[in-house]
Design a protein around this ligand. Structure first.
Ligand code: ADP
Length: 535
């Protein structure tokens, strides 16, 4: 649950960060677009100012001839005209044969030439009224013009301006001046193709591959574009900024994938989803690990408590027997020599059991603290086997088990710790006596396997279910069945035996046996392998 909450918060934070980032990106893109729109407007204004100044500087004598010269010499001029106060066109003179271009021009502007109001609304004595640029652009424009005036001198106060004119969905521009009081207006039609060439450098090169910037005319046609985003990916422009009155209805637009800023939806969702899943899995995983660790600690604490009570019980039982028989003998209450002998034997076997138990507990504590010392020396393995079996034979027979043995007649020298090997064997025989007496048979054998020697202790008892095979070698582990419940023990014998054999470079394992019983195998490294284990 906490992992879910943290993962949810992380997802929300990621989404918030993403929206902040895309907002910042959008602001930066808008600023860039506004800059481009201002530059476009400024380029148009500059052209217009220059042409207007050419008109203003024309002498009134022979003005029509001068206009025709301007048309021929300036590629920004498409047509020239003169029109009197009544709206009669003086130039081009329709009394003379007109070219196709001139006829077209007159047709395009017919409505404007007959409409005196459209002209008057634009009349001022300052050419700046034609466009309404933003404050910064206007300042630039005025500064530029002022600089030029310094060189050529200020123009006389004239009436004139620029008229944007849409004809068949295409923008045209007419610049005009009234040079004298006779009301005759002289002017030029701007060559839009040449003007557009002036506008091309305005759009920036080097846009990122996932962006495209375009200049769009009033009819929505793309006039020019830059950037790597292919037109097929377009849906709607992500941003639009109008150029302003210098180019009415024209816009600078920016295209982005999906018309959004920042990461695309699916990419972002995938990344943030993955991050959230990773966070969730790591939190959930650590939670499970902590739970498992807590569970393990609790189990170990329980095992230790059980171990203490089992050890106390195991110590108490032989001590009680020993004390009881010793008291009887000491008080002289046993008169029959046969009985005394039996009591003395019991005291002996119980004290040996006590010794075995104390040895195991001491070994366990030394192994836990890594302070167990081994006395390695060369000895005859057969001799150790013989000795141990002789000492255990009576116990084995006492529970009704038939003991068989098999090992070579010749000495088998090994380098190891004879006491440790003896204790491992006693633990295994002890278990067979405790848990497998019903099988009535115990076999202890030894064979050479390659360079090593393998001792087997096999019984014919109830055996150990395969699911317990790995766990019986864990400390404190006892199989939870009626057989184990009947016998005393604290779950240390096998874990100590395996640990000691591994420390000595060998091993202890339980082999599967067909037809029941348990067969433990102790592997002791032979001479070739002794050096490897000699640590
Ligand atoms: P303990 O004998 O003190 O319980 P061990 O570590 O010696 O501890 O043995 C662990 C468990 O393995 C025993 O509790 C018993 O259930 C099982 N076990 C060991 N040897 C045999 C065997 N020969 N036959 C059946 N079960 C055995």
């Amino acid at each position: 649950m906490p992992a879910c909450i943290i993962a949810g918060i992380a997802a929300r934070l990621l989404a918030h960060e993403q929206s902040l980032l895309s907002h910042a990106t959008e602001l930066a893109a808008r600023e860039q677009l506004e800059g481009v729109a201002e530059q476009a407007a400024l380029a148009v204004e500059t052209v217009q100012d220059e042409l207007l100044r050419s008109l203003e500087n024309m002498s009134t004598a022979g003005v029509e001839k001068n206009l025709q010269t301007l048309e021929r010499s300036n590629p920004l001029v498409r047509n020239v005209f003169s029109i009197n106060a009544d709206g009669r066109v003086l130039l081009p003179d329709d009394a003379l044969p007109l070219t196709g271009e001139q006829s077209g021009f007159l047709l395009r502007y017919k409505a404007l030439f007959s409409d005196s109001i459209a002209w008057e609304t634009r009349v001022t004595d300052d050419a700046e009224q034609v466009v309404r640029p933003s404050a910064s652009r206007r300042l630039l424009s005025v500064m530029k013009r002022a600089k030029e005036y310094d060189v050529i001198g200020p123009a006389a106060s004239t009436v004139g301006g620029w008229i944007p004119w849409y004809w068949e969905n295409r923008l045209g521009m007419l610049g005009w001046v009234q040079l004298s009081a006779d009301g005759v207006r002289h002017g030029v039609e701007l060559e839009m193709v040449t003007l557009l060439a002036e506008l091309l450098p305005v759009l920036p090169d080097g846009l990122p591959a996932n962006r495209r910037m375009a200049l769009i005319d009033g009819a929505g046609r793309t006039v020019h574009q830059t950037g790597g985003l292919s037109p097929a990916e377009d849906i709607e422009p992500a941003l639009r900024v109008p150029v302003g009155s210098a180019l009415p209805h024209w816009e600078v637009v920016l295209y982005t994938p999906n018309g959004t800023f920042g990461r695309t939806g699916s990419g972002y969702a995938l990344l943030s989803g993955m991050l959230v899943v990773v966070l969730f899995v790591s939190l959930f995983g650590s939670g499970i690990l902590l739970l498992r660790e807590a569970h393990r600690n609790r189990r170990e604490a329980q095992q230790k408590t059980t171990f203490v009570s089992n050890v106390s019980h195991e110590l108490k039982t032989p001590l009680t027997t020993i004390r009881m028989y010793a008291d009887l003998l000491a008080e002289g209450r046993v008169s029959e020599p046969e009985k005394s002998k039996r009591y003395l034997e019991t005291i002996g076997s119980e004290s040996r059991r006590l010794t075995r138990l104390v040895n195991n507990v001491l070994d366990f504590s030394r192994l836990e603290q890594n302070s167990k010392k081994y006395n390695r020396c060369s000895f005859d393995l057969c001799e150790i086997l013989e000795e141990t079996i002789q000492l255990q034979r009576l116990r084995i027979q006492a529970v009704g088990m038939e003991l068989t043995t098999a090992w070579p007649d010749i000495p088998v020298p090994v380098v190891s710790d004879p006491d440790a090997i003896r204790q491992v064997l006693i633990n295994l025989i002890d278990n067979a006596v405790k848990y497998a007496a019903s099988g009535k048979a115990l076999h202890v054998g030894m064979v050479r396997t390659g360079n090593d020697y393998s001792i087997s202790v096999a019984d014919c008892g109830a055996g150990i279910a395969p699911r317990h095979h790995a766990r019986i070698f864990e400390r404190f582990y006892r199989v939870d069945d009626s057989l184990t419940a009947e016998s005393q023990g604290c779950g240390l014998g096998l874990s100590i035996a395996r640990r000691m054999m591994e420390d000595l470079g060998g091993s202890l394992s339980l082999l599967p046996v067909k037809g029941g019983g348990a067969c433990f195998t102790v592997l002791i490294p032979g001479e070739c392998n002794e050096k490897n284990s000699d640590s």
